[in-house]
Ligand binder design. Sequence first.
Ligand code: FAD
Length: 436
Amino acid sequence: TVSIALFTQDLRLHDNPVLHAAHTSAHQVVPLFVSDPAVESAGFATPNRQAFLSDCLADLDASLRAIGSRLTVRRGDAAEQTARLATETGASTVHVASGVTGFAHRREARLRKAFGDRLHVHDASVTVVPPGRITPVGRDHYAVFTPYHRAWQEAPRRTVLAAPGALRTPGGIRSDTLLVSGTASPGLPPGGESAGRARWRAWDVDAYADVHDDLAADDTSRLSPYLHFGCLSPTELVAHALRHDGEGARAFVRQLVWRDFHHQVLAARPDAARRDYRDHDDRRHHDEEEVEAWRQGRTGYPIVDAGMRQLAHEGWMHNRARLITASFLAKSLYQDWRIGAAHFLSLLVDGDVANNQLNWQWVAGTGTDTRPNRVLNPLRQADRYDPDGAYVRRWIPELAHLPGPAVHRPGLFAEGYPAPIIDPDTLTDRFRHGRP
Ligand code: FAD
């Protein structure tokens, strides 16, 4: 028998329920990745993520070849291409992971139509606890993190699966190449399971509880792109961290629970990718010049601009900087969070519909924050999380000559650095009162 393992957001050999099930249930496995033009036309195939994805596929192919198999890449509609490959290879079953986006739901429905009960969907691949597996009484998802976190800790977790030692794949299958266009950010990390596992091994979780909010220390795991593309399994990371124990490991697992949390919200409310999760009193502003200054990292607020420039350079931004820059746009400037979320998605290598859109909504006060009216003051955030100003100096060369925390004050008279686009005394006014 032949089975197709359709890879989606699970581009790995280790702890992969899809590959494991295909491998243990059929004599031969066809590992398949379909590059779907619908993802491209939706603006999701950005240069940063395509470059990273291309590394992921090359690495996956190399790892599969090392165990006697290889990756087939096809371009087109996922269900159509899978059906065509099933005809070419005589595959009788298809294994795939369930996803949480509207796109993933549609793909699954089309695969179901093509394959009926020959399609096997695995739900504990992208997240640790599958969306919908734990629910509060009378609701289909948790809208508040703390009770979700509690329930998550009690939820059963599947065991970590070993990578297959050998895989038999029929020969003579045609494979396309992934189209990569545009220019990626210069500081992009390398993609793929091998790079992800190397990064994971090199990073020390012990200090995490103390340093994860320290912008200059830059000592978070940086595993988010590997988690987004499934080069690493969150289940394996959690199992490993909990064996390790300690405050750092517990704090790290808590962040992975946030990831599961947002995924279960989006699975239940796919519309939250585009619409306010909660009804919102909408007096939002729109000022393209302000938005452009924010995108360019030229707001005159050094801590905000440092974050935005890190994003452009690395295709990644520290979580604390994401909070500060998003709050500045969505609350201090009181612009629509969707504009900011779209800009983040155009650059983030870990750009993820669940994590990005729902974190943006959380910051904007339209999502699941239980204190939706708080406004982060960028100046106080800077003093607290970049007390020496080193993060700002790293990303803003115009200010690099300024010593210590003085670098955080807006209205600094540095050659080529702009004046603040909004008066520091009015940072909360628009959001609180709906006026400039
Ligand atoms: P670590 O601090 O090492 O955390 C470990 C892992 O936990 C991360 O890799 C990530 O998978 C998960 N995680 C951590 N914080 C969060 C969180 N708040 N929500 C969900 N998962 C979390 N993360 C994305 O993966 N993709 C996005 O598109 C994304 N957009 C964001 C937009 C905004 C406005 C904000 C405030 C946060 C966003 N995040 C997003 C969450 C978070 O900022 C990143 O996951 C984190 O900065 C990645 O760095 P790290 O891997 O070093 O994280």
